[in-house]
Every structure is written in structure tokens, then in C-alpha cells.
Design a binder for this molecule. Structure first.
Ligand SMILES: NC(=O)c1ccc[n+]([C@@H]2O[C@H](COP(=O)([O-])OP(=O)(O)OC[C@H]3O[C@@H](n4cnc5c(N)ncnc54)[C@H](OP(=O)(O)O)[C@@H]3O)[C@@H](O)[C@H]2O)c1
Length: 252
């Protein structure tokens, strides 16, 4: 797929990974629409750049996704790339009595149903384009779960499995399906994370990730060096060891 001249939608483009990817793709000569719940953050991402657009969207809300997708296709008929990047991560205590399910329910609605509903709403349009791409942002935690955030890890494992399945179903179509699985990156995803020195600096993560997206033949899975230990743990016979280390050393 060409690296410029596309029209991309990046959900969660008002901060962190989504914001920086949006700016990088715009700099490569693509039209970029960023979406999220907070209009002011989206406007900050755009910061007056021509060819960048902001649209509010709550991916937890099925009706809002329908409204958003209809208007988006009308406003941007050349839309051919969808980045399902919006996401949330929070700790859960399964020793509480009663167990509070609100985090798990919100996480599943945002991280799993959100991408599924948005993809369903936009896929017929993507399929009608000459070339199209679907990028789902998962996590290294899809492969080795962080026990402190059970629903989050489960949500990313679900999107990994869903992405593999979509890639198979869409193999003979114009839609290329890519998974982006980041390691711990310094963003505001969870409290204290943006300054956690054991996590990868955002600019380094974006630079390494864009090496894969700057080539026409982007791999099916974009996994930076730092995330490879988690991605390969099972295959390398090190899952139990890596799981223990990850969870015993968690600083959140
Ligand atoms: N940073 C990491 O260590 C890391 C590691 C692995 C994977 N990831 C994944 O990378 C993606 C981006 O995360 P990030 O690290 O860049 O964190 P972030 O800065 O918190 O970005 C998350 C974005 O998602 C948006 N969002 C959350 N709930 C939403 C909703 N209901 N509807 C629409 N937008 C919503 C947020 O905007 P609003 O709140 O304004 O809506 C925000 O812009 C996420 O999928 C995350 O799981 C991050």
C-alpha cells in the first residue's frame, strides 16, 4: 500500500500514540481524521495543520458509532484506512466483595466492542476503495497478561484473535489487516505511566513503529523490539517465566 495519498481515521487521536501516529501520517502526505471524546485534545493534535480533521466519537456508544460512521463517509468518501487505536486501561480487584464489574464492562465496551462496531460500520466502505487497510492496536499484554489489569489484557487478547480471523476472511479482498502491538510506552494511558522510566519513550516507540509503516509492504504484525519478548514468550517456551517477571515487577 502507498505510504502517502491515503485518507486515514485514527481513533484516540487526541493523545499519546494516536496523536503522534496521526501527525506522522499527515507529514507523509496523508489526509488524517482524528476521533475521540474530547474535542479540545483533538484540536490540539491538529494544531492548525491543513489536511487534518477532528471528529468527536465515543466508541463505547453503539448509536454514536453509527452516527459518526455515516457522517464520516459522507464527509470523506476517499477514507481507506482505519486505525482502531482508542482504548482504556485500569486496574481491577477481583478479591473485593462484591467484585466491582464497572472497569471490566467499560474496558470490554471500549477496547473490544468499540473496534468491532466501528469496523463493521466502515468495512463495506473500505472494501469499495481501490486499496484499504485496517490497523488494530493491541498490546504486548495480549500475549502475556498483566494480572493487575485482567479485563484489559483479555480485551487485547480478544482483539489479537479477532484481527487474525479478519485477516483470514479478508485475504482475497482489497483490505489489508495489520496488528500493532506496543510494549509499555510513556503515555497518559494509566496514572504515572507518562514518566515511568522502565517504559519506552513515546518518541522512540513512534520512530521504530513508523519504520514499518513507512514501507509499502508493512508486516502483518508491527511489533517493536521492546515488545518482542512478550510476543514470542509462548513460542520460546518462556511464558510462565515472563508472566511471573512481568507481574512481580509491575510498578503501577
Ligand atoms: N501506552 C502503552 O503502554 C500501550 C501499550 C500497549 C497498547 N497500548 C494501546 O495503545 C492505544 C493508545 O493508548 P495510549 O497509550 O496512546 O493512551 P492514551 O493517550 O490514554 O490514548 C487513549 C485514547 O483513547 C481515547 N479514548 C478512550 N476511550 C474512548 C472512547 N470511549 N471513545 C473514543 N475515544 C476514546 C482517549 O481520548 P478521550 O478520552 O478524549 O476519548 C485517548 O485519546 C490504546 O489502545 C492502548 O491500549 C498502549
Amino acid at each position: 500500500m502507498k505510504t502517502g495519498g491515503n485518507t486515514l481515521l485514527i481513533t484516540g487521536g487526541g493523545s499519546g500514540i494516536g496523536r503522534e501516529l496521526a501527525r506522522e501520517f499527515h507529514a507523509l502526505g496523508n489526509t488524517v481524521i482524528v476521533a475521540g471524546r474530547t474535542a479540545s485534545s483533538l484540536e490540539e493534535t491538529i494544531d492548525g495543520r491543513e489536511g487534518m480533521f477532528a471528529r468527536t466519537l465515543d466508541v463505547q456508544d453503539a448509536a454514536d458509532i453509527t452516527r459518526f460512521a455515516t457522517a464520516l463517509i459522507e464527509d470523506f468518501p476517499s477514507l481507506n484506512v482505519l486505525f482502531n487505536n482508542a482504548g482504556m486501561m485500569a486496574k481491577e480487584d477481583w478479591l473485593a466483595d462484591p467484585v466491582d464489574l464497572s472497569v471490566a464492562e467499560n474496558t470490554m465496551a471500549t477496547n473490544v466492542l468499540g473496534p468491532m462496531r466501528l469496523t463493521a460500520a466502515l468495512l463495506p466502505h473500505l472494501r469499495a476503495q481501490p486499496v484499504a487497510r485496517l490497523v488494530n492496536v493491541t498490546s504486548g499484554l495480549a500475549f502475556v497478561p498483566l494480572a493487575h489489569t485482567p479485563a484489559y489484557s483479555a480485551s487485547k487478547a480478544a482483539i489479537h484473535a479477532w484481527t487474525q480471523s479478519l485477516r483470514y476472511q479478508l485475504q482475497d479482498t482489497n483490505v489489508e489487516v495489520i496488528e500493532l502491538a506496543p510494549p509499555g510506552v510513556r503515555t497518559a494511558l494509566t496514572p504515572g505511566q507518562s514518566t515511568r522510566t522502565s517504559y519506552m519513550p513515546l518518541e522512540d516507540f513512534i520512530a521504530e513503529t513508523m519504520e514499518s509503516f513507512r514501507i509499502e509492504d508493512t508486516p502483518d504484525e508491527v511489533v517493536v523490539q521492546r515488545a518482542k519478548m512478550l510476543r514470542a514468550a509462548e513460542a520460546n517456551g518462556q511464558h510462565a517465566e515472563v508472566f511471573q517477571m512481568l507481574n512481580d515487577n509491575y510498578e503501577g
